[in-house]
Design a binder for this molecule. Structure first.
Ligand code: SAM
Length: 308
């Protein structure tokens, strides 16, 4: 999927005959592009005027402001950062689905998780629970990390021998609130979730479906900007960083992947979106191929005494 198609989200405010959509001036567009880059790292082309008009136009009106410039100025001076959060919630594209790119979940099930368990066999030998730490680093409304939880549940007959930590983070508070609540529409379930998994892991709740407690309890959610500090996160065996770096420019991508390496176990795995690649972005990560899918691993460090 291209950057362009991902940006096409239904309009927050498409305008009506009674209240036409507020037009944005090119200079206002430039200001907002820079502001959004500052607060999220996302590099929105200034040609995307419709994106600002459809997603931020209503906010300008609701706040009683007369222009996008006024919205920008207010957001820049808002010490509570709540306007920044509203802008992020409106401008991010939280498109996701259960088992997005099925091959990736086969890879997790048949190779990555078994490899993690094998690599941590020392814990089992000492009678300690084997840690398995997985991070969905731009989880949107949660379908990705819940899909991982379902894979683990199917794969591991008992969870007792493992200490599983599944983390979903995103910059959008609105997307995270939905992820954390765990309610999905029938339409969201039909997108990628096999019926057999729906019957096993979801219960009908009014006109929605609620994820079962056993899956919900496996996952923690946290708001996090990928360009903020990773300190205190520990290291992960598997990081899913899918369909988010497409929003960042090359310089920001380089910064991000350099940080990602610091929280990935030396024998850990990184997964990107189907159309993404790291060529020339991060020499510390090397691509590998398995089950027709590419994943990345930290490149072994070589020093004067040979490989570490
Ligand atoms: C298209 S969704 C990807 C969801 C999921 N990973 C997938 O592939 O289905 C992109 C997500 O990245 C999040 N995002 C954008 N910039 C971010 C940042 N700087 N830090 C954390 N999340 C960010 C957005 O809020 C959005 O939910």
């Amino acid at each position: 999927m291209t950057y362009d198609t991902l940006l096409h989200k239904p309009a927050v405010h498409a305008g009506t005959i009674d209240s036409p959509m507020l037009k944005i001036h090119p200079a206002e567009c430039e200001q907002l592009v820079e502001y959004i880059r500052d607060i999220s790292g996302m590099d929105i082309p200034s040609s995307k005027t419709y994106l600002f008009e459809t997603r931020l136009g209503k906010m300008v009106g609701d706040l009683g402001l007369s222009s996008y410039q006024a919205l920008h100025d207010l957001a820049r001076t808002d010490k509570t950062h709540s306007l920044a959060q509203q802008i992020i919630d409106a401008i991010t594209t939280n498109e996701t689905l259960f088992f997005r790119d099925e091959k990736v979940f086969d890879l997790i099930r048949y190779k990555l998780v078994p490899d993690v368990i094998d690599n941590r066999a020392g814990y089992a030998r000492k009678g300690l629970p084997v840690p398995i730490r997985i991070w969905s680093a731009a989880c949107a409304t949660g379908q990705e990390i819940y899909s991982v939880a379902m894979v683990l549940k199917d794969l591991l007959p008992s969870m007792a021998p493992y200490r599983i930590y599944l983390l979903g983070t995103d910059i959008s508070a609105k997307a995270l609130a939905k992820a954390s609540a765990g309610y999905f529409s029938s339409f969201e379930l039909t997108r990628g979730l096999p019926c057999e998994k729906r019957n096993r892991y979801f219960s009908p709740y009014g006109d929605k479906w609620k994820i079962n407690d056993e899956i919900r309890a496996m996952v923690s959610f946290q708001k996090m900007n990928l360009f903020h500090s990773f300190s205190g996160m520990g290291r992960f065996d598997l990081i899913l960083l899918r369909n988010v770096a497409i929003y960042f420019n090359r310089e920001m991508k380089k910064k991000l992947f350099k940080k990602i390496v610091t929280v990935l176990e030396p024998d850990g795995f990184l997964l990107l979106g189907a159309s993404e690649s790291l060529s020339d972005i991060c020499p510390d990560l090397e691509p590998r191929r398995h089950l027709k899918t590419i994943f990345y691993q930290p490149r072994p460090r070589v020093n004067s005494n040979g490989p570490k």
